[in-house]
Write a protein that binds this ligand. Structure first.
Ligand SMILES: [Zn+2]
Length: 99
């Protein structure tokens, strides 16, 4: 028998658009990753970012046209802030209870 005849390539999702489509639900954990207890988090896509914002974490501009997240304490949407996605991810990671 020849081990080389087992072609794995087709089973790799990145080479197989049909398999990638099947992975659709896998996107959900990505938003869980951005979730933080007590906060509402909304993703803003690049096409919906029409203004520059100041990121509260790093103080730099979140330029219009860049995908980012809007975050506010649950029930207090007046305190909405626009964060770089990476800055918010770091915040979530730092806020997560240590295991
Ligand atoms: Zn930032």
């Amino acid at each position: 028998m020849s081990a080389g005849s087992r072609k794995k390539r087709a089973s790799r999702p990145w080479n197989n658009p049909a398999a990638l489509r099947d992975l659709g639900p896998v996107r959900a954990p990505d938003s869980d990753e951005l979730a933080l207890a007590g906060y509402e988090v909304r993703r803003v896509g690049p096409g919906r970012a029409h203004k520059d914002y100041a990121c509260p974490a790093c103080g730099n501009v979140v330029p219009s046209g860049e995908g980012h997240v809007v975050v506010w304490p649950r029930g207090d949407s007046d305190l909405r802030r626009h964060w770089h996605r990476h800055c918010w991810r770091i915040e979530v990671r730092n806020s997560a209870p240590a295991e």
